[in-house]
Design a protein around this ligand. Structure first.
Ligand SMILES: *Cc1c(COP(=O)(O)O)cnc(C)c1O
Length: 357
């Protein structure tokens, strides 16, 4: 049997599916999951799709102690014709391997991983919801499994993919959020792991997120970890500002996550001949442009919300109300175009869509 043959064990006790208006984010899971093992002797082997179930690990498994793990997040969308499709899964698998490299995890075969995801989604295709804005969230992740308390890379791993039907991010239409600039905590530093999608980055961001929520903010805006001067990201989204007709996003610097949505936004803006630049931008520059009346729009980008307009941004006690707290023209156009491509109602000039079957 080839190392690329996926063994399938069907779940004989499928669960009832939640109604699509009851869906939330990441709370329900489908009937199947994909697993593949890694050992130094055999490399990645034994790929299988099995009933969704708890996994059993040794309490000394390295994942529990030193957090050597990576993950990805993408979605499957159902078109009104019933076609199930993925958005740029190749980008997610490329990034998974970049995260793997940073975390000393052996590379996966990107094409095979896409095939495995397609196969899994096809088996659970009845779980892809079809009311507007809903989708099937796909969570590939790799954990270190060797039972060993020494600090070194694990010699064994598991690559797992689970699926979760998710509701519309915007229940009442795309809506601007209130954001606080984070001045105490940092998310990542140059040379650290900010560019990798790895658990520790999220664990270390919780404190600021909790405090922000208590103060009535949806997310925090992260500044660079050294000088706390340069803008990096917003929550777990990349961030864009439209200043004086030009769209600016912080350039990738090793501590910013290289978002697939970020990349798609840049490509679309270029395609529409709307000026877009990737460069460093300080909080002071943003505030100055706000005071001059030149800050026209601000928004976050990510797979979960696609585009999340920022209506209010607070920097210490300086309050910025952006575009009168309303969704801007570019934010709206990007949201409509990206979701249109994802759900198959708009043409796909970049061949971003991969059909599941
Ligand atoms: C995943 C993620 C993003 C967005 O990436 P997408 O590929 O667009 O979903 C941005 N920032 C952080 C910290 C992330 O984890």
């Amino acid at each position: 049997m080839s190392q690329y043959t996926i063994t399938v064990i069907k779940n004989e006790q499928p669960k009832p599916k939640p109604a699509s208006d009851q869906l939330m984010f990441g709370k329900y899971f489908t009937d199947h999951m994909f697993i593949q093992d890694y050992s130094e002797e055999r490399g990645w082997h034994n790929p299988r799709i099995i009933p969704y179930e708890p996994i059993s690990l040794d309490p000394a498994a390295m994942i529990f102690h030193y957090g050597q793990t990576v993950f990805e997040g993408l979605k499957a969308y159902k078109t009104k014709e019933g076609q199930i499709q993925l958005f740029r899964p190749d980008k997610n698998m490329e990034r998974l391997n970049r995260s793997n490299d940073r975390m000393c995890i052996p590379a996966i075969d990107e094409e095979f991983a896409i095939d495995a995801i397609k196969h899994l989604v096809h088996i659970d295709h009845e779980w892809v919801p079809d009311t507007p804005g809903t989708s099937l969230y796909i969570r590939p992740f790799i954990i270190s499994t060797e039972p060993y308390l020494g600090v070194s890379p694990s010699s064994t791993y598991q690559f797992i993919v689970i699926l979760s039907p998710v509701g519309s991010y915007y229940k009442e239409g795309i809506n601007p959020v209130k954001i606080a600039v984070e001045n105490d905590y940092v998310r990542a530093v140059k040379g650290g792991t900010g560019e990798a999608k790895t658990a520790g980055n999220y664990a270390s961001s919780l404190k600021a997120q909790v405090i922000g929520e208590q103060e009535g903010y949806a997310q925090v805006l992260w500044l660079d970890g050294v000088e706390k001067k340069y803008i990096e990201e917003v929550g777990s989204m990349n961030v864009f500002f439209k200043i004086n007709g030009e769209v600016i996003t912080p350039m990738l610097n090793g501590s910013i996550l290289n978002g697939v949505t970020r990349n798609s936004v840049i490509e679309l803006l270029n395609y529409w001949n709307i000026p877009v630049v990737e460069r460093r931008i300080t909080m002071q520059e943003l505030f100055d442009s706000y005071q001059k009346g030149e800050l026209e729009e601000a928004f976050g980008s990510g797979t979960a919300a696609v585009i999340s307009p920022i209506g209010e941004l607070n920097w210490d006690d300086q309050k910025m109300i952006i575009n009168q707290g309303k969704t801007g023209e570019i934010s709206r156009k990007l949201y409509d175009t990206l979701t249109g491509i994802q759900y198959g109602t708009e043409e796909d000039p970049f061949n971003w869509i991969i059909k599941v079957k």
